[in-house]
Design a protein around this ligand. Structure first.
Ligand SMILES: [Zn+2]
Length: 80
């Protein structure tokens, strides 16, 4: 049984009926789910707003004023 990674509802899915890269919609929360693996099926949520940079900035940029475009270099600059 496959569960929606977004809302954890059980999705009745036959792993023989899907293939990698296929896009499904969760019947419960209507999230877009990409089949990233079969046997067993593994689903990945496709987020509609690809604000990954913003999300990471929230965790690491709170105490700094680093510009968003410097995110990739940010980790190297962190003092530990
Ligand atoms: Zn769902």
């Amino acid at each position: 049984m496959v569960r929606c990674p977004e809302c954890a509802v059980e999705i009745d899915l036959d792993e023989d009926e899907v293939e990698e890269g296929e896009i499904l919609n969760c019947p419960e929360c209507e999230a877009e789910l990409e089949v990233v693996q079969t046997h067993p099926v593994h689903l990945n949520v496709i987020s509609e707003d690809e604000d990954e940079e913003e999300a990471e900035a929230e965790t690491e940029g709170e105490d700094g004023d680093m510009p968003d475009e410097a995110l990739e270099d940010e980790e190297e600059d962190i003092e530990e």
